[in-house]
Design a protein around this ligand. Sequence first.
Ligand SMILES: O=P(O)(O)OC[C@H]1O[C@H](OP(=O)(O)OP(=O)(O)O)[C@H](O)[C@@H]1O
Ligand SMILES: Nc1nc2[nH]cnc2c(=O)[nH]1
Length: 178
Amino acid sequence: MANVQVHDKSFEIYLSEQTIQERIAALAAQINQDYAGKRPFFVTILNGSFMFAADLFKHLTIDAEICFIKLASYKGTKSTGNVITTIGLEDDLFGKDVVIVEDIVDTGKTLHNFLPKLEHQQPRSLKIATLLHKPEATQFPLTLDYIGFSIPNKFVVGYGLDYDGLGRNLKEIYQVIG
Ligand SMILES: O=P(O)(O)OC[C@H]1O[C@H](OP(=O)(O)OP(=O)(O)O)[C@H](O)[C@@H]1O
Ligand SMILES: Nc1nc2[nH]cnc2c(=O)[nH]1
C-alpha cells in the first residue's frame, strides 16, 4: 500500500516490509555474534515493540530469554518530572546480559527515565535495541547499541506503532504527510 489513512491523517510509505525484515535479520545476526556463548535477556517495552521483538527474537540462534513489560508514567508531585513504574518486570536481572527492546526512541525521555530502574538491579550488561531512532528529536542522553533505522523527525505509524490506537497492524512503516 502506497498511502494509508489512519483517523484524520494521511501517511505515505516510508519503509517496506522487505526493508524492515532485512534490517531486522541483520540486527539479529549482529546480536548472535555479540552474545555468542552468553544468554541475553530481552526486556521488551510494550505496546509498540511487540512486532519488532517477535521478529528479532525469531532470528536469534543463541540461547535467549524474553519478557514483556509496560511502563506507566505519572505526573509526579515533584517538579522534577515523571515517575515511571513498571508492570510485569518480575524477573531478577542481577548478573544478566540485558537488552532493552524498543520500537522507537524519539525524545529519549522514556528510556532515560527507565534505565536507572534497570541499572538498580545490577545486570552484568545493559544494551538498547531500537528499531527506529529520531536523532533530531532526541533530547535526553542515551547510548543506543542497536539501531534499525535513523529516521527524520516526522510521526510514523505501522509495524506495531500506532496513531491513537490504530495502525499497529500495518506490515510497513508509514510517515505522516505534511
Ligand atoms: O523517546 P520518547 O519520546 O520517550 O518516545 C518513545 C516512546 O514512545 C512510544 O511509546 P508510546 O508512549 O507511544 O506507547 P505505546 O508503545 O504503548 O504505543 C515508544 O514505544 C517509546 O516507548
Ligand atoms: N506511533 C508513533 N509513536 C511514537 N512515539 C514516539 N514517537 C512516535 C512516532 O513517531 N510514532
